[in-house]
Design a protein around this ligand. Sequence first.
Ligand SMILES: Nc1nc2c(ncn2[C@@H]2O[C@H](COP(=O)(O)OP(=O)(O)O)[C@@H](O)[C@H]2O)c(=O)[nH]1
Ligand SMILES: [Mg+2]
Length: 289
Amino acid sequence: MSTTNTINESLINSLNGNNVKVHTAENAIHESFFIPKPVSKAYFVLPAYNEEESLPNLLKRIAGLPQSKSGMVEVIVVDDGSKDKTADIVKQGVNGLPLRLISHKRNMGLGQAVQTGIKEAIKLASDEDIIVIMDADDTHDVTLLSKMIEKIESGSDIVIASRFVNGGDDKSAPPFRRLLSRGASFVFKTVLPLNDIKDFTSGYRAYRANMLKRVSKHWGERLIEEKGFACMVELLLKLRHWSPEITEVPFELRYDRKLGSSKLKLFRTIFQYIKLAMRDRLAPPPRRL
Ligand SMILES: Nc1nc2c(ncn2[C@@H]2O[C@H](COP(=O)(O)OP(=O)(O)O)[C@@H](O)[C@H]2O)c(=O)[nH]1
Ligand SMILES: [Mg+2]
């Protein structure tokens, strides 16, 4: 760690009366991303593929948030070559809600869509802002934003909306989906050194913008290499090398609100998880630039 970094860290920590953070991830590059400033803006990144049925409801919910009414929310929809009216819905807009549309000409997969969304969000965001990535299928509770902001303001770098902590649940999801997310979280928890995390595969998380900026600068186009749903776990695994402070907040999945069909391909996703875990174990940890 450079001297400047050490000084900045202790300065930030003393400003906040906090002790210096202790991180546990192995091979971690010890960084403190904590900024002693209130979050001024939240960017929602919504990767969307054929979500014409669910997107209007979700956008209305986001527009109704107190944070949207006070102008601190902006939404980035990444339309990943949808064949339905997903793009038109975004173009129509929602009263009082700043909305951006980024369109992939053809379907490139969830991973690429998340990568595109992150790139745009970090271009727009200030260091103290937060970037929230969530499904566009209206199964995630947008009112969790307040809690996520609160956690980031008190030092978390990543806040996971978690189905598997007390108060969270995924009862409304079909049994095979519940089994997959539990199985994947169990395996990743066992083989990877991020022991405290209970929900590895949640697609709903908030990230401190300056952390994503720093990590993204390191990885560039390789930040997300997985094309499918495993990209969410991949992102977490890559971020862990920077030793972020990760918190989980309880989240009740509302699969009952899902109007379209799930885009998850079960066997393909299991295979991707296995490949990802092996690659992560074999790859050397990144060197700091
Ligand atoms: N950009 C993009 N998004 C996708 C693709 N497949 C799924 N998604 C989005 O990824 C999110 C998760 O998919 P979803 O069907 O909700 O999965 P489930 O809720 O886990 O069953 C949703 O916002 C989808 O619109 C894809 O090929 N490209
Ligand atoms: Mg979903």
